[in-house]
Design a protein around this ligand. Structure first.
Ligand code: ARG
Length: 459
């Protein structure tokens, strides 16, 4: 086994099992590009500050660029026996440049190095996720435009409650996603501070220029405290919590789609390309994608708990526990991206069965509130109107009728305030059209809402 970097202090090689146990390259190797970017900024600053010679700085920067290309082109492979990506790249550099390569780590520790790498990596991932979520929101908005007149039942307790439109329902998710986007942006803004130059924990005795490395890497400013610089993982927790909330939204929507695909609802039909069959039951068309999204929500929540638990008991500053941050946050990021990437085209190709939605809205006395409101508008106190309507609903259930088919004589037996215009007042179209309060389901109110959403999405 090759000598470890810290060989000077030790008289024995590290046990092979311990070595494998400690190693993180299998999962932090994905940050090679960020690690090299950070090292290029560091080497440039060391040269400009006269801590290493300009010539060495140039050689290091040039060789790091080559290493980056060699890794992306597959010319060299990450060594699975390296302790982590930071050690691997430094060793590769030293292999190529000899003593010059050994100067790169001057005035730096892996503690500020890993902190800067992870911030750079997650900053890019957040930008990706943001665009994916925006694309999903725009897809929903486009669907909403097509369905401002598509009447469906609105539910509470999964019981038919009041009529809404499909556009109204879709827009509820657009607003959730807009908040998710804000949370992502906010997380990105708060994490965009540069830990480089914090050293192991207590800064450095060299006359470095932290502003320069921060600027070179596109950060807002250097982190003001070196202990915090190396041991803060708030940004992982905050990102994971934003992702958990996003997944919660996708999961609720998935659950609805699962219900809507069932024969009991049949409000939508998934495109064949986004559903699966059963190995034994020929009639089945299963909404696997949505079930997996619902399942993966638990996994992302687990990642969040992993991060919170990992951090809650460790003293300042760096502790090796923190190496566990990466698998959790990478798992969350990877899975969220997979989910959104699959969900968007699934929704865009889903067939909406308008008639079934409307038929479901026509049953279940979804217009009972409107019937009571009819009496209120004729002067009756709401509580009395509520009671009369309840009695009529009970009578309809008893006689197998609906409020639409109950004869006017039966209405009039309850109160003279009822007239033939009650049928118009309780028609589904009226019920929806008249719910024109701000944020309500009427086609006019929804069109206003669409304009607001377009503005919020910068369309
Ligand atoms: N692989 C380590 C991690 O992911 C890098 C930092 C190691 N620092 C140390 N002092 N052992 O956290």
């Amino acid at each position: 086994m090759a000598d470890m970097m810290w060989a000077g202090r030790f008289s024995k090689q590290v046990d092979e099992g311990v070595n494998a146990f400690n190693s993180s390259i299998s999962f932090d190797g994905r940050m090679y590009e960020q690690d090299i970017r950070g090292s290029i900024a560091h080497a440039t600053m060391l040269g400009d500050c006269g801590i290493i010679s300009k010539a060495d700085s140039k050689l290091i920067v040039g060789e790091l660029c080559k290493i980056s290309n060699d890794i992306s082109d597959g010319v060299i492979e990450l060594d699975p026996n390296a302790e982590d990506i930071h050690m691997f790249i430094e060793a590769e550099l030293t292999k190529r440049l000899g003593d010059v390569g050994k100067r790169l780590h001057t005035s730096r520790s892996r503690n500020d190095q890993v902190a800067v790498d992870l911030r750079l990596y997650l900053r890019d991932e957040i930008a990706d996720i943001y665009s994916l979520v925006k694309e999903l929101a725009v897809t929903l908005l486009n669907m909403a435009r097509e369905h401002t007149e598509t009447i469906m039942p609105g539910y509470t307790h999964l019981q038919r409650a009041q009529p809404i439109t499909f556009a109204h329902h879709l827009l509820a998710y657009v607003w959730m996603l807009l908040r998710d986007m804000e949370r992502l942006k906010d997380t990105s803004k708060r994490m965009n501070y540069c830990p480089l130059g914090s050293g192991a924990l207590a800064g450095t005795t060299y006359k470095t220029n932290r502003q320069q490395t921060s600027d070179l890497l596109g950060f807002t400013a250097p982190m003001p405290n070196s202990l915090d610089g190396v041991s803060d993982r708030d940004y992982c927790i905050e990102l994971c919590s934003a992702l958990s909330i996003l997944m919660t939204h996708l999961s609720r929507f998935s659950e609805e789609i699962i219900l809507w695909c069932s024969w009991e609802f049949k409000f939508v039909e998934l495109d064949d390309a986004f559903a699966t069959g059963s190995s034994i039951m020929p009639q089945k068309k299963n909404p696997d994608v949505t079930e997996l999204i619902r399942g993966k929500t638990g996994r992302v929540n687990g990642d969040l708990v992993t991060l919170l638990t990992m951090m809650k008991g460790i003293p300042l500053a760096y502790n090796k526990d923190m190496q566990e941050d990466k698998e959790a946050i990478f798992d969350a990021v990877d899975n969220v991206k997979l989910c959104v990437k699959t969900f968007t085209p699934m929704l865009a190709t889903m067939r909406v069965l308008k008639n079934n939605m409307r038929n479901a809205a026509a049953r279940g006395f979804i217009n009972a509130t409107d019937c009571a409101d009819y009496l209120v508008k004729k002067g009756m106190p709401f509580r009395d109107a509520y009671k009369i309507t309840g009695t009529l609903v009970a009578q309809c259930i008893e006689e197998g009728l609906t409020l639409e088919t109950l004869p006017i004589e039966e209405y009039k037996k309850m109160t003279d305030l009822f007239d033939n215009d009650v049928y118009e007042a309780i028609s589904l179209e009226t019920c929806v059209r008249e719910r024109k309060s701000e944020g309500g389901p009427s086609p006019d109110a929804v069109r206003e809402q669409i304009k607001l959403a377009e503005k919020a999405l910068d369309l």
